[in-house]
Design a binder for this molecule. Structure first.
Ligand code: NAI
Ligand code: MG
Length: 365
């Protein structure tokens, strides 16, 4: 049956960058006979304006039903005054929570043409293509007990790192499945030297590894992992780690490759009946109110999020590579949105100009 997609453009530059993704989806339908059953709907401030809530129940139900959700961005100054219960972010949080998206995928991919943008030496990052899988729904951000208590005559701040083996197992399985679709190499990061949850994490990853004999598994203490990510990031393919370490390591890895306008992400949940994981794909960036409505936004982060959907939800790895190669070519040709401009001499293209250039490169592929 035709794969289904729910598209939620959201607010600010969300609809602008998503319009370019829609062009690309149409291209796949026309030129590659790869068709999607697309539903468009509202999220965030846009949903609040229409329904008084940042995510309508019908939209939530649809998200549970489709093969993948593609989201632009939510939020903006207009909504900053709203009560917390109806803030745009709550739409996003509801999707993540009710779909139980426990595995957050953050690739760090370096396009050669942009290697100069990295804060690292060009040869350290050129051709970099790694994926960090961060556990997203448990760990120290959620563990009980938590709070600030008084002990004797001083206050104590408490958070608890707590992982059940099933929580570790499901994110480990998601990471191994990804590794099978990539370079078959997985590095698990924790601090088993000082943390009980780290010892259990390592044990459970080893257990899951038995089901994936083709994947080369290694373990690394997360602090060393941070060092290695900056020293020699190309040694990694897939990295799996907990919520706290993943928060830090994925931000660190993201900056190996440059602009926020280039960074895609995905969040995966449990496999559905058809074997595909519940999934939501979105750029890392927000609604960028400072440039919204001006046609300046870089659509590549959102387009790369769709490429991830092709690869990880729809088993279209070759088509995902086709799209990434088209982007690579456009960048190599010097086409740049404003956020990617290093020198003054180059005139930036608009959001739709970038989308059109990518379509032209697809046509030539
Ligand atoms: P932001 O990511 O929206 O913008 C940060 C800076 O990067 C801005 O200068 C912006 O112009 C630039 N930028 C971001 N994406 C770009 C793109 N595709 N092309 C070119 N330049 C780009 O983060 P900020 O400013 O902290 O937040 C703005 C709003 O977005 C807030 O309401 C925030 O709550 C929301 N937000 C939403 C997220 C989401 O929907 N997942 C994530 C982060 C923030
Ligand atoms: Mg962070």
């Amino acid at each position: 049956s035709t794969p289904s997609l729910l598209i939620l453009p959201g607010d600010g530059i969300g609809p602008e960058v998503m319009a370019e993704v829609v062009k690309i989806i149409d291209w796949y339908g026309e030129k590659r006979d790869l068709k999607f059953d697309v539903t468009m709907d509202l999220v965030g401030g846009a949903a609040y304006d229409k329904h008084g809530v940042p995510l309508a129940d019908e939209t939530m139900a649809k998200a549970q039903e489709v093969d993948a959700v593609l989201l632009g961005a939510v939020g903006g100054p207009k909504y900053d005054v709203l009560d917390f219960s109806v803030k745009p972010e709550r739409g996003l949080l509801r999707l993540r929570k009710e779909m139980d998206l426990f595995a957050n995928l953050r690739p760090a991919q370096c396009f050669d043409a942009l290697a100069d943008f990295s804060s690292l030496k060009k040869d350290v990052v050129a051709g970099l293509d790694i994926m960090i899988v961060r556990e997203l729904t448990s760990g120290i951000y959620f563990g009980e007990p938590r709070g600030i208590i008084t002990e004797g005559n001083e206050r104590v701040g408490i958070n608890t790192q707590r992982y059940t083996e099933s929580e570790i197992r499901r994110v480990a399985i998601a990471a191994f499945e990804l590794a099978m679709k990539r370079g078959k190499k997985l590095c698990s990061m924790e601090k088993a030297n000082v943390m009980e949850s780290g010892i259990l994490w390592r044990e459970v990853v080893e257990e899951v590894a038995k089901d994936y004999p083709e994947v080369a598994v290694s373990h690394m203490y997360a602090d060393n992992g941070a060092m290695q990510l900056v020293r020699a990031p190309k040694q990694f393919d897939v990295i799996v780690t907990d919520n706290l370490f993943g928060d830090i390591l994925s931000d660190c890895a993201a900056m190996l490759t440059g602009s926020l306008g280039m960074l895609p992400s995905a969040s995966l949940g449990a496999p559905m009946e058809n074997g595909r994981p519940k999934a939501m794909y979105e750029p890392v960036h927000g609604s960028a109110p400072d440039i919204a409505g001006q046609g300046k936004a870089n659509p590549i982060a959102c387009i790369l999020s769709f490429a991830m959907a092709l690869r990880y939800s729809f088993d279209q790895g070759d088509e995902a590579t086709r799209l990434e190669t088209a982007i690579e070519k456009v960048l190599a040709d010097g086409v740049r949105t404003g956020d990617l401009l290093a020198d003054e001499g180059v005139t930036p293209v608009s959001t739709s100009g970038m989308g059109d250039a990518i379509i032209a490169a697809l046509d030539a592929s």
